[in-house]
Each structure stands twice: as C-alpha cells, then as structure tokens.
Design a protein around this ligand. Structure first.
Ligand code: SD4
Length: 346
C-alpha cells in the first residue's frame, strides 16, 4: 500500500500541482486540452527523447502530412540514436548478447502491422509498416520477420554497438535479471550498466490536420531479457492501439504487465465510454497496480493517450515518466506524468 505521504504527493500530482517541470500550469493545461474546434495537428510521445522525435513528426504534420507518415518518421529518430540504449540500433541486447527489436504501427482505420524479435534491421518501424501494407498479416516474428525484411530490401547490419556490448559484458558478471522500474532515483539509475535505466520505449500518437490519427511504438525491449522474449510494444492492443472514432493510446514500462491487461486497448475503450484521456490512463494503471500483490511497487508502466479532439492524458505507476507534446503553438513541450507512487526506490 502506498504510504500517506505517497498518497498526498500522488494526489497533488494527479491534480496537476507538480505535474509540469518546464511549463507554467496554464501552458501545461493548454498542452493537454482539446485543440480548438477548427482543428489542428498534434503529436505526443513518451519520454524525454520524444521531444526530438516529435520534431521530426512535426516537420510532416505542419505541412499537412499524414499522421501515419509522421509517426513512422518521428520514431525513427530514437531508433537511429546510438546513445539511446532502449530503442533501435545501440539498444541493450538480450541475455545472449543479441539485439532483438519490437515495433508496431497503426492507423485510425484499424490497419496495423508489427514485427517482434527482429534482428539486424535498424528501423523495425519501417518493416512494421511494410507488414501492414504489403502482406495480409499483422505480426511477423524472429527469422520470419528478418526474411521478410531482406526480401523487401531493408539493409542488414550489426545492431550491437561496442558500448552496448560492454554493458552486456558487465551485466554478465552477475547475470541477474530483474524488470526494474524506471524512476527518478538517481542512485538507482547510476547503479545500472551505463548509468541508465534498462528500459524505455518510444510510443508516439499523432493527429493530423485532416483529423486522422495514427500511432507507432518501437523498442529494443527489456535489456538482458531471455532470447525470444516479446514485450507489449509490437502487440496491437497492448503497447499500441488507435481507433479513429475515439483516439489512441500507447505504453511504456514492463511490457508483461501491459499485455496482461490489454493496456492500450483498455485506455481507448475507456475513452470510448466517456472517460477523459487522463482518467482512462489512470484507470489502466490502477488495474495493473491492483492485480499485483505487492501493489507494483517495483515496476514501472506508463500510458499516454491522445483523443481524436487532441486532448492528452498520461499516467504511470512510478514518478519519472515524461512525455512530449508538440503542436502549432509549441514544438518542444516536455511534461511530467502524474503517478501512483511519488517515489519508487527509496
Ligand atoms: C517492453 N515496454 O519491451 C517495453 C519496454 C519499455 O520502458 O517500454 N520500457 O516491455
């Protein structure tokens, strides 16, 4: 159970009192509220690296581009960033030293594609889109996904960078696997190989000027996972779900918990029933916390939602989940999500 202090702090966070590290409250409210009735484009994405990813998506959206093209372009930014150890090339490998990538993409009309446990291809989101557009399938995995990518002409390369390999060799000394939470606890972060958390996924949702929605999600998954492990990110309804009549949702954190609760689908369905994006994310997080006997005290999961009118919501189990919001007004907003627990590892 959260302590009273945690609860009080959480209530303040939920009320928005502490929710905005880099914006005044009024500006944050504008960033989260519906867009003007006349419409407009908006893109949101998970974590600090979402700011740069949003900018790439905005380059298309601001020119009247399609939401689907925007999310595909946006998430390629962290996929290509070698300093990012949780997405794309440069991602931390699995227990056997193999970098395996998961990604999905979805349009507001229900079209979707995904790849899981894909090796040697730097931009899994592009392969996911190709699955969606060039096959009758939704999800290709492992060798089959690689075979398809090769046939489609995607270049192959070694995705294990020297830095990621070094972190893996360091981990091998103890070889202890724990799906630890992402938190603001700096001592904890520093204790991890490379001084970083062992997971962070980019999930992105976009609304274009024509009123169309799309989303994408891409990750190297949990560092040091068992070979063959697939997380929530490529599972439609878990790590990503978009319904043009309602809105979209995406998730980050310990994928197993999100899959168990069909998290992103749940967020969208709750919005369909009239909950705000914020309320829907809160309820999805609450379900995860409630089902865990330990109250999910050591796990992180965060949800991000974008309703079809542009309204945004986010909620996480632990403090520290950030998300980026970009629209015609401002392109570089980074907001702190409210959370169930104010601190995770104290
Ligand atoms: C996974 N959800 O593979 C991803 C990892 C992640 O923040 O999001 N980390 O379970």
């Amino acid at each position: 159970m959260p302590s009273r202090r945690d609860f009080l702090k959480t209530s303040m966070l939920a009320a928005g009192a502490l929710a905005v590290p880099r914006l005044a409250p009024a500006a944050a409210a504008r960033a989260q509220g519906a867009l003007p009735a006349a419409g407009g484009a908006r893109v949101v994405s998970t974590w600090d690296f979402g700011v740069a990813a949003n900018r790439a998506a905005w380059a298309l959206l601001s020119q009247g581009g399609k939401a689907l093209d925007a999310v595909e372009a946006g998430v390629q930014v962290p996929e290509a960033d070698l300093a990012n150890h949780s997405v794309g090339k440069g991602g931390y490998p699995d227990r056997d030293g193999r970098v395996t990538l998961d990604a999905s993409i979805m349009d507001g009309d229900g079209r979707c594609g995904a790849v899981a446990c894909l090796e040697r291809i730097a931009h899994p989101v592009k392969v996911a889109r190709r699955v969606m557009e060039a096959t009758p399938h939704v999800l290709l995995v492992g060798d089959g996904a690689l075979q398809f990518a090769r046939e489609q002409g995607f270049p192959e390369e070694n995705l294990l960078t020297p830095e990621a390999e070094q972190a893996w060799r360091e981990w091998l000394k103890t070889a202890k696997y724990k799906p630890v939470a992402n938190s603001e606890n700096l001592d904890y972060r520093r204790s991890l190989p490379g001084g970083k958390d062992n997971h962070d996924t980019i999930g992105m949702l976009a609304l274009d000027a024509h009123g169309h929605l799309a989303g994408a999600c891409t990750t190297s998954g949990m560092a040091w996972k068992l070979h063959g492990r697939v997380g929530d990110s490529p599972i439609i309804g878990a790590g990503l779900y978009v319904d043009g009549e309602v809105g979209g949702a995406t998730s980050t954190g310990v994928g197993e918990e999100v899959i168990r609760n069909a998290g992103s689908f749940l967020v969208v369905e709750l919005m369909r029933q009239g909950r705000s994006p914020q309320e829907a994310c809160e309820e999805a997080v609450r379900r995860i916390v409630k089902k865990r006997p330990d109250g999910a005290k050591e796990l992180q999961v965060g949800f991000l939602a974008l309703r079809r009118d542009g309204a945004v919501g986010a909620h996480a189990i632990q403090q520290g989940f950030t998300y980026a919001v970009c629209d015609a007004l401002r392109q570089d907003r980074l907001l702190a999500s409210p959370s169930v627990y104010a601190t995770s590892f104290s």
